[in-house]
Design a protein around this ligand. Structure first.
Ligand code: G4P
Length: 522
């Protein structure tokens, strides 16, 4: 069992939209033998197998809305890539996915440097001490100076960095990268199909001058010396603690520098790590199976309307048709057709190990955060909901379809598509999201999957805060004073809907014994 778990590498690629996440994912799949044709990102054939665009809406918009899982074997390793939606409106989905990975590769556009979304995602990684590798992409285009880029990464992402490859120029002058780890020169050939040429060079010999010309060779020697002077030796332990990020340069589109990244990644990235529960820490090599649901998604196969709950295995081995304990429902369940994934293709799996992600067919039995065990009452932690940024009343637009609407809203909320609050004053339902697009997805899916129509009505709110207090009287007094702004979340917890920052600050001042939380985990 240990060797099965040891060889697993479960990670996510995260990036600001357009930095090259899809291109990089495709190249990794290529090395894993999952797709046969190199390059041509836009080729429909590849697009079909390699992307995770499951829903029509995302096809129309070209935005990856849902998160999918792709897995393959590479050398002796089993790789599980968890794809994340690039669009910031689906940030919650990405945060949840980050709870299921053991490490992360961040893709940064060499010309743009660190962008907003990258910064936010890194914050979540930092909260969990997730080990991070950085891939600076698009070096075939005019890029920022690599030293400036490293400074920017260090400052903006608040992590120490250590380059493991080093670019020789960029844009049309881009010659390739020098592998600081293996002391090899990797020469760039601007082609999506051809495997690049690697040359073993001693940088102090003429070989380097012959390969890239005397001026660039001199410059490279100087830069390498500087790197050795400025950056400490690469230390795997610091990387594993999430304190230092190794940096690679390359071009995902041209499949340049990707294999170096992958080879180093499998070697240094962690195998499944222990997972915290409310009761205790679960070690991956415990003999008994445990896992938690971090994502639920519908409509993977447009021909069969079905939901799939994505379960991360935290310990032991999962076997098909074996009774497992659903902790929230307090009942035993068997799964006859659990699946593993390759984008749209999915296959039935007989057994899976800690680190793997399995898909469990779901007809409403699962909620985000649900735990499965062999009987132990465990509750996995760390799937937070953050206070939404946007709020709207949701109203029924077809009186004949009241039931369908209620069911649709319920199931979409179980999937974690958005958050639902019920105003205690007027009983109206309020949907909270991170961005406008989520409202559109909800409306679209209610119509297409539940045959229900909804209408949005404006409500001006600033934040939703979960409130609690050790002083029940004060809490009651607060709820009385703010009765128009009190709501319940789906777990029945008290939520204060503040309509402005000012109101929130006043409330915090007036009610000193009440704690206002901006995430649902406290
Ligand atoms: P994303 O998933 O992070 O959003 O990025 P994606 O891979 O879709 O890449 C975004 C754009 O950047 C694409 O161009 C892609 O071709 C381009 N790109 C990715 N990697 C590289 C690289 O290494 N070098 C260069 N020069 N470009 C790269 P697009 O305009 O959306 O499409 P296309 O018509 O250019 O293919």
């Amino acid at each position: 069992m240990n060797s099965e778990i040891e060889r697993r590498r479960t990670f996510a690629i995260i990036a600001h939209p357009d930095a090259g996440k899809t291109s990089l994912t495709e190249k990794l799949l290529l090395f894993g033998g999952q797709i046969q044709v190199a390059g041509a990102v836009k080729s429909n054939k590849i697009k079909k197998t390699a992307t995770s665009d499951w829903m029509d809406i995302e096809k129309q918009r070209g935005i990856s809305v849902t998160t999918s899982v792709m897995e393959f074997d590479y050398n002796d390793y089993k790789i599980n890539i968890l794809d994340t939606p690039g669009h910031q409106d689906f940030a919650e989905d990405t945060y949840r996915t980050l709870t299921a990975v053991d490490s992360v590769i961040i893709v940064v556009d060499g010309a743009k440097g660190v962008e907003t979304q990258t910064r936010k995602l890194m914050e979540v990684c930092r909260m969990r001490n997730t080990p991070v590798i950085i891939f600076v992409n698009k070096m075939d285009r005019e890029a920022k100076d690599p030293f400036d880029l490293l400074d920017e990464l260090e400052e903006e992402l608040v992590i120490h960095v250590r380059p493991l490859t080093w670019p020789i120029e960029s844009g049309p002058r881009f010659k390739g990268v020098y592998n600081l780890y293996e002391h090899k020169l990797n020469l760039f050939q601007p082609s999506k199909q051809v495997v690049t040429e690697k040359v073993e060079v001693d940088i102090n010999t003429e070989e380097l001058d012959n390969q890239i010309g005397v001026p660039l060779a001199e410059k490279l020697r100087g830069e390498l010396e500087l790197i050795d002077g400025v950056y400490p030796e690469f230390n795997v332990d610091e990387y594993l603690k999430g304190e230092m990020a190794p940096v690679f340069f390359g071009s995902a589109l041209n499949n340049f520098g990707v294999q170096e990244l992958l080879d180093t990644f499998v070697e240094i990235a962690p195998s499944p790590r222990p997972t915290k529960t409310e009761e205790r820490e679960v070690e991956p090599d415990e003999s008994k199976f445990t896992g938690f649901v971090f994502k639920i998604t519908a409509n993977i196969d447009p021909n069969h309307r079905s939901c799939i709950a994505f379960c991360k295995i935290c310990s032991g081995k999962f076997s098909r048709n074996t009774p497992y304990y659903h902790v929230r429902h307090e009942k035993t369940m068997r799964f006859s057709s659990p699946t593993q994934f390759m984008a749209q293709r999915k296959t039935t799996v007989d057994e899976a190990w800690a680190g793997d992600i399995i898909g469990l067919p779901d007809n409403g039995t699962f909620k985000i955060g649900d735990t499965l065990t062999e009987g132990e009452k465990l509750h996995f932690r760390g799937i937070p909901s953050f206070s939404p940024e946007m709020f709207k009343y949701i109203e029924n637009a077809d009186p004949m379809k009241q039931k369908q609407l209620a069911k649709g809203i319920d199931q979409l909320m179980d999937e974690g598509v958005a958050q639902l609050f019920v105003n205690q004053f007027n009983g109206r339902k309020i949907i909270g999201t991170v961005g406008q697009l989520q409202f559109e997805v909800i409306q679209y899916r209610l119509e297409n999957e539940y045959n229900a129509k909804c209408r949005w009505e404006p409500i001006s709110l600033y934040k939703a805060c979960w409130v609690e207090s050790d002083d029940p009287e004060e809490l009651e007094a607060f709820k009385k004073r703010k009765y128009q702004y009190m709501a319940k979340d789906r777990e029945g917890r008290d939520v204060f809907l503040a309509d402005s920052n000012y109101v929130l600050q006043m409330a915090q001042m007036d009610f000193k014994h009440i704690r206002f939380h901006f995430t649902s985990e406290f």
